[in-house]
Write a protein that binds this ligand. Structure first.
Ligand SMILES: [Zn+2]
Length: 366
C-alpha cells in the first residue's frame, strides 16, 4: 500500500543534505526538495526565503482541516554528512536528523499525496519550518497564524520508544540577559564604577523567586559570565536563563516581571538588554485534544497498534499550536531516539505504522 522503498530512497537523499539551523544553503536545499515534491503532487506552495519556511496547501488560503508541521533544520553543523552519511542496519537507519525530523517530513508528504487523491475535499496544509532547533523566533508568528486557521494539528517530531506520542509539553522561555555597567579601578576609583555583575546578581535572585514547582514553574540561570579581574569594577556581565511553565498565566507573570525589572534596575548607570531566544507557550491537552487522543487510540487499536501518551518538559513547534487550544498531537513521526547526538536512530518498520495510522485517522476528522 505504501512505497517504502521510495520513502527510504528519499530519506537517504534528505538526510544526506546537511541542514544545521545556521546553514542557510542546506536548509534551502531541503526546502527545495520538498517544494518540488509538493508541486509535483499539485499542492499550492509558498516559500519565504527570508525566514526559510515552506507552506504547501491542497486548497487556497482559508480554513485548514489538517495542519501538519515539521522542521527542516537539524542541530548538526555542515560537514556532518561527510562524516556519517545515511546508512541502514537491519531495522535501523542512522544519519544526522534521520528521526529529528527528516523522516517525519516525508511522512507528511507521503500521507498528503494519498489523502489528496482519495479525499480531494480535505483541506490540508503542510508547514515546513527552517529554524525550530534555534527557537523558531522568526517563524513563530507564521505558525501561530496557520494554527489559528486549523481544526487539528499534527507535529511529526519523532515518536518515542514503543510508538508513544506527546500530548503535553511545558512552555519555555529562553533568555539571554546582557548587562552593561561602567568599569573603574576597584582600588583607586571605586566610586566611578558601576558593576554589571552586581546588577546581574540582583536579577538572578529576583528570577529565582519566580520558581514555583507546585504549579510547574521552574527557573534555571544556567550560565553566567562577567568581569575581567578582581580589581576592576566589571562593565559587562551576561547570563543565560531557562524558564519552564505548565501554565500560561505563569508564563505571562514572568514576562511581566522581567519587563518590570527592566524598568527598575538596581545599580545606577547600568543598562540591560533582554534577548528572548525562544518563547514557547505550554501545550496542555484541551478537551478537544483529549477527544482526538481517544479517536487516535481507537484507530490504532483497529490496526493492532497501541499508542502510549507522554508528557515532557521539552518544547517543540507543537507548543505554538497547542497553546492556542487547537487539538494538537506531537511525536507523530516514526519512532526514533538519541536525537541531537551522533547515535540518533530511526526504526524503519514504524514508517509504515505511522502512515497507516494517520491515513486511517485523518479522514474521520473532517
Ligand atoms: Zn525536532
Amino acid at each position: 500500500m505504501w512505497n517504502i522503498e521510495q520513502f527510504r530512497k528519499d530519506l537517504e537523499t534528505v538526510v544526506n543534505i546537511d541542514s544545521g539551523s545556521f546553514d542557510r544553503d542546506g536548509v534551502a536545499e531541503v526546502g527545495k526538495f520538498f517544494e518540488e515534491k509538493c508541486k509535483a503532487m499539485g499542492l499550492i506552495t509558498k516559500v519565504n526565503d527570508e525566514t526559510q519556511t515552506l507552506e504547501a496547501r491542497t486548497h487556497e488560503d482559508g480554513p485548514i482541516d489538517i495542519l501538519m508541521l515539521g522542521h527542516m533544520d537539524t542541530v548538526f553543523p555542515k560537514g556532518t554528512v561527510a562524516e556519517r552519511p545515511y546508512r541502514e542496519e537491519g531495522n535501523m537507519a542512522y544519519g544526522p536528523g534521520v528521526a529529528d525530523m527528516k523522516a517525519g517530513l516525508l511522512i507528511m508528504t507521503t500521507l498528503t499525496e494519498r489523502l489528496k487523491k482519495e479525499y480531494p475535499d480535505m483541506r490540508i496544509c503542510l508547514a515546513f519550518n527552517g529554524e525550530e532547533e534555534i527557537g523558531s523566533l522568526r517563524t513563530r508568528d507564521w505558525m501561530i497564524g496557520l494554527g489559528k486557521q486549523s481544526r487539528h494539528a499534527f507535529v511529526f517530531e519523532p515518536g518515542r520508544a514503543g510508538g508513544a506520542m506527546v500530548m503535553k509539553r511545558k512552555g519555555n522561555i529562553d533568555l539571554i540577559l546582557k548587562f552593561h555597567g561602567v568599569a573603574s579601578h576597584a582600588g583607586i576609583a571605586p566610586e566611578k564604577g558601576f558593576s554589571a555583575v552586581t546588577e546581574m546578581a540582583h536579577w538572578i535572585i529576583e528570577l529565582n523567586k519566580m520558581q514555583d514547582l507546585s504549579v510547574g514553574t521552574s527557573v534555571n540561570v544556567g550560565l553566567v559570565k562577567g568581569g575581567t579581574a578582581s580589581n576592576v569594577v566589571p562593565d559587562y556581565a551576561e547570563c543565560f536563563v531557562d524558564l519552564r511553565f505548565e501554565r500560561m498565566e505563569e508564563m505571562e507573570k514572568v514576562q511581566a516581571r522581567v519587563a518590570e525589572l527592566e524598568k527598575n534596575l538596581f545599580v545606577p548607570n547600568v543598562t540591560v538588554d533582554v534577548e528572548y531566544q525562544g518563547i514557547f507557550g505550554p501545550m496542555n491537552p484541551s478537551e478537544a485534544t483529549k477527544a482526538l487522543i481517544e479517536k487516535t487510540n481507537a484507530k490504532a487499536a483497529e490496526l493492532g497498534q497501541t499508542i502510549e501518551w507522554v508528557a515532557t518538559g521539552g518544547v517543540s513547534d507543537a507548543n505554538h499550536i497547542g497553546a492556542l487550544g487547537v487539538p494538537t498531537l506531537c511525536g507523530c513521526g516514526p519512532v526514533g531516539g538519541n536525537t541531537h547526538n551522533q547515535a540518533e536512530f530511526l526504526e524503519l518498520d514504524t514508517i509504515e505504522q505511522r502512515l497507516d495510522l494517520f491515513y486511517a485517522l485523518m479522514p474521520e476528522l473532517v
